[in-house]
Design a protein around this ligand. Structure first.
Ligand code: ZN
Length: 408
């Protein structure tokens, strides 16, 4: 007996059913660890014998270990199960100029990280990134790796796995996944950064998962990940969510995509830096981080540049809010560090776009600095744990959830 709400499920072959049940059990352990087999059976609706078979297999595969002994008022003490923290995932966040490579355990805790330069030469960047991945893996010889997850500023073809659109990296179409797999011998999962950030919210947030959410990543460009009716929207050619390249002004500045006046040429980190350099007299090289520091130290021109950026972020979000009516808009990016100062500008722009009812909640991601990397962790986990299971687990009826930690 399953309680999954798969709208597109066909009649499951017994193998598929086994995979789904395995995903349900793995996710229950992940969310409620440590948990006894009896509670797993109750929460999943599966037979005790089925749960025992699945957990034995998961222990053999090294995903799950026997945890502490439980305590009961009387009778036998049950053995709790938890995820095996020695199971790890190597992740990377591929961005223009600089990428980050990190190691995380199966619970999404980061153990180490390093940065590598990114160039507009895909093969050279792939070689550097692969060397960094190998280096990170060697520095934790005690861990068993479950795969490599990469989030990137760009789009990946669902059919071929090749990068098909990466204007900010200035890359042509390229088989990045294949290059990293050949160089590391590991299986690689690749996804658009905004989509990865949606996964980070869905997999690692402790609260209820909303039905409709949009994640907006603000960095060198602007990306959006669309979580519609509990699913990640992919769209034709895996291109859903390119709101950053919707033109707000056909006479506006040239965009890296070839168009003019796209949302991202007005609302990205690069846009704020352009606003500042247009107004400031000095023409020194500076980074977005420098600009934020200037604003924090009270530099009026820097504040003005970020203020303008915030208005433009909000302006583009009006299109997102009006068109998709999400419950939540989650913002990822360095800019969120100054949310207490500029967040209200974005919120009021969005509120002005609402036609009926209350405005969507606009908030920074729980840990915006790690969102892209955490999403890359989820990318690998969903291969092993099943794609649709986490939200299913979180949306079980309350009476089932309240049993999670009790043993009787
Ligand atoms: Zn564009």
């Amino acid at each position: 007996m399953r309680r999954l709400n798969f709208t597109n499920m066909q009649v499951a072959s017994s193998e598929t059913a086994r995979d789904i049940n395995r995903g349900v059990v793995l996710n229950l352990i992940r969310r409620r660890q440590p948990i006894s087999r009896a509670d797993l059976a109750r929460a999943s609706g599966l037979q005790r014998s089925t749960v025992s078979l699945i957990t034995e297999q998961l222990i053999q595969e090294g995903w799950v270990v026997n945890g502490p002994l439980g305590r009961l008022p009387r009778g036998r003490r049950p053995t709790f199960l938890r995820l095996n923290e020695r199971r790890a995932i190597v992740v990377a966040d591929l961005r223009p100029n600089q990428s980050t490579v990190a190691v995380a355990d199966v619970n999404g805790r980061f153990l180490s990280q390093e940065t590598v330069p990114t160039s507009n030469h895909p093969a050279k960047t792939a070689a550097k990134l692969a060397a960094s991945i190998r280096h990170q893996m060697k520095s934790h010889p005690e861990l068993a790796y479950g795969g490599v997850g990469i989030s990137l500023s760009g789009r990946v073809s669902a059919e071929t796995g090749r990068i098909i659109f990466a204007p900010n990296l200035k890359w042509p179409e390229f088989d990045f996944k294949g290059a990293i797999e050949r160089a590391t011998g590991m299986q690689v999962e690749l996804a658009n950064a905004a989509n990865a950030c949606v996964l980070a919210e869905v997999w690692f947030s402790s609260g209820e998962i909303v039905n409709d959410m949009v994640v907006v990543t603000v960095s060198e460009g602007i990306g959006t990940g669309l979580f519609v009716n509990q699913s990640l929207a992919k769209g034709l050619n895996s291109m859903a969510g390119e709101f950053g390249h919707v033109s707000l002004d056909p006479n506006g500045p040239q965009c890296s995509c070839g168009g003019r006046g796209c949302w991202e040429v007005f609302g990205s980190n690069r846009a704020a830096m352009r606003y500042y350099s247009e107004s400031a007299s000095e023409s020194e090289e500076f980074s977005f981080e420098d600009l934020m520091r200037l604003a924090e130290s009270g530099d009026l021109l820097a504040v003005k540049a970020l203020d303008r950026m915030a208005h433009q972020i909000g302006r583009g979000m009006r299109i997102v809010a009006t068109g998709l009516a999400p419950e939540e808009i989650v913002v990822v990016g360095e800019f969120t560090r100054l949310w207490s100062r500029f967040g209200s500008i974005i919120e009021s722009e969005v509120a002005a776009a609402v036609l009926v009812g209350k405005a969507p909640r606009v908030r920074p991601a729980a840990d915006p600095r790690m969102s892209r990397l955490r999403g890359a962790v989820a990318l690998v986990l969903q291969k092993h744990f099943g794609a649709s299971s986490p939200d299913d687990v979180s949306r079980r009826p309350r009476e089932t959830q309240s049993l999670s930690r009790s043993v009787n």
